[in-house]
Design a binder for this molecule. Structure first.
Ligand code: SF4
Ligand code: SF4
Length: 171
C-alpha cells in the first residue's frame, strides 16, 4: 500500500470517528426520552405517550359498553394474530331459543361483541388494530409495566377490563 493510500485511509477513519463522536455528543446533551424502570416510572400525565397493551374504548353515554361493533377488522389487520373477538351467532329462522352460541367476528347481523381478548405476549404494539377500527374502539392502555411469570397471564379479557375501569370511574 502506498503512502498516499495510507494517508487517505487514516483521513477517512478519523473523519468517521469525528462524525460518530458528534452524533454521540449531540444525543448526550438532549433530554432523555426513556425512564430507568423500575427505579423510575413515567409521570401519570405522560402515560398516554407510551404504549401499553391495546384496550377497548367505551361509549360516551355508557363507558362500560364498548363502541365496538364486532366487525372483525382489527382481527384481520393484526399481523401477530393476538386479537380474538367472539359474538353471538344469530339464531336461524324457526330455531328455538336456548344457549347462545358464540362465533368469531364478524357474524351476519351481530353487532355486539360477547368476548374480546388480546394476547399481549404476541403483540408488537404496531397499532394496526387501533388504526383500522372504524369506530375508534381501540386504544393503547396506560399500562406499560406488565410483568408476568406465565405467558398465559398476558391473555387479557378486554371486556372485563373495560367494565372494571368504568366501575372505578377511570374510563
Ligand atoms: S398493536 Fe399490532 S400486534 Fe398488537 S394487537 Fe394491535 S395489531 Fe396486533
Ligand atoms: S375493528 Fe373496532 S369495531 Fe371492529 S371488531 Fe375490532 S374493535 Fe370492534
Amino acid at each position: 500500500m502506498s503512502v498516499s493510500q495510507l494517508i487517505e485511509e487514516a483521513y477517512t477513519g478519523l473523519k468517521s470517528l469525528v462524525i460518530g463522536l458528534g452524533v454521540t455528543g449531540k444525543a448526550l446533551t438532549q433530554p432523555g426520552v426513556t425512564v430507568l424502570y423500575p427505579m423510575e416510572e413515567v409521570a401519570r400525565d405522560n402515560l398516554a405517550s407510551f404504549r401499553g397493551h391495546v384496550e377497548l374504548v367505551g361509549k360516551d353515554e355508557d363507558p362500560a359498553v364498548p363502541k365496538c361493533v364486532a366487525c372483525g377488522a382489527c382481527v384481520k389487520a393484526c399481523p401477530s394474530d393476538c386479537i380474538t373477538i367472539l359474538c353471538p351467532i344469530p339464531a336461524k329462522e324457526g330455531e328455538a331459543g336456548g344457549e347462545v352460541k358464540m362465533g368469531p367476528a364478524p357474524q351476519k347481523g351481530s353487532k355486539t361483541p360477547g368476548a374480546v381478548y388480546v394476547d399481549f405476549s404476541l403483540c408488537s404494539l404496531c397499532g394496526q388494530c387501533a388504526k383500522t377500527c372504524p369506530v375508534d374502539s381501540l386504544k393503547f392502555s396506560d399500562n406499560p409495566y406488565m410483568v408476568r411469570f406465565d405467558r398465559k397471564e398476558f391473555r387479557i379479557d378486554l371486556l372485563a377490563r373495560l367494565k372494571r375501569l368504568a366501575g372505578e370511574g377511570l374510563e
